[in-house]
Design a protein around this ligand. Structure first.
Ligand code: URA
Length: 228
């Protein structure tokens, strides 16, 4: 495990790499690479969709109206931006804020995986459909699974994945805002569960019986996933 200083240096190196990225055509239209921002030691990480026009200009994630709502919701649970790390599935703005294309998500994925590996969050909140589908690797939409925490291994890291509505979707729809606020209010209790035990493969190789999982919350969640 890297020290706090090493982790910052390693993250900066990944950022430098991303700044020169030409893995997809979005590099042709971007003003900046919006790598992500926040606390490199965060227990809580948010993954949004993609930078918009303001983010592209400023080089920072969630700086517009949706970002202000995110900050307000964080304040309601006693947290602020500096306590968390905020990233996106795509680091470059899709022109006209169109939806991310599958090959762009694939090309950008390695940066998100490196961020998860280095920051080592305990809880990852996906914001909206794109981040939720990408990180769960399943097509289930956000309206069916928002507010349901589950233990998931995402690339290099086993975390408590907590899908939330995207704040932009809540800006003009009071019922969505109410659900987002309700889901948000449960973040502290999910954080309090701590780091989940590493996900166990459903197909056990022959050999000694697997170690019992000593995290009761993880056991329940993994049962719900049908892993045991
Ligand atoms: N919406 C996102 O998904 N990400 C941002 O950074 C801004 C708006």
């Amino acid at each position: 495990m890297a020290s706090a200083a090493e982790r910052r240096e390693l993250l900066k190196a990944v950022y430098q790499e991303a700044r020169g990225c030409v893995a997809c055509a979005l590099h042709e239209t971007r003003t900046s690479v919006v790598f992500g921002a926040g606390n490199a030691d965060a227990e809580l990480m948010f993954v949004g969709e993609a930078p918009g026009a303001n983010e592209d200009l400023q080089g920072l994630p969630f700086v517009g109206q949706a970002g202000r709502l995110l900050e307000q919701l964080l304040a309601e649970i006693g947290m602020q931006r500096d306590d968390v790390f905020i990233a996106n599935t795509l680091k470059c703005r899709p022109p006209g804020n169109r939806d991310p294309h599958p090959h762009e998500l694939e090309a950008c994925r390695r940066y998100l995986d490196r961020q998860l590996e280095l920051i080592e969050p305990t809880v990852v909140c996906t914001l909206g459909n794109f981040a939720t589908k990408l990180l769960r690797g399943e097509p289930t939409g956000i309206s069916r699974i928002h507010g349901q925490a589950e233990v998931r291994t995402i690339g290099p890291r086993t975390v408590r994945l907590y899908p939330l509505y995207h704040p932009a979707a809540a800006l003009y729809t009071p019922s969505t805002l109410a659900m987002l606020r309700e889901d948000f209010s449960r973040i502290p209790e999910i954080l309090a569960l701590g780091q989940p035990a590493t996900e166990v493969s459903p197909v056990q190789p022959p050999g000694p019986v697997a170690e019992p999982v000593d995290d009761p919350a993880a056991t329940v969640e993994q049962d719900q996933l049908g892993l045991f």
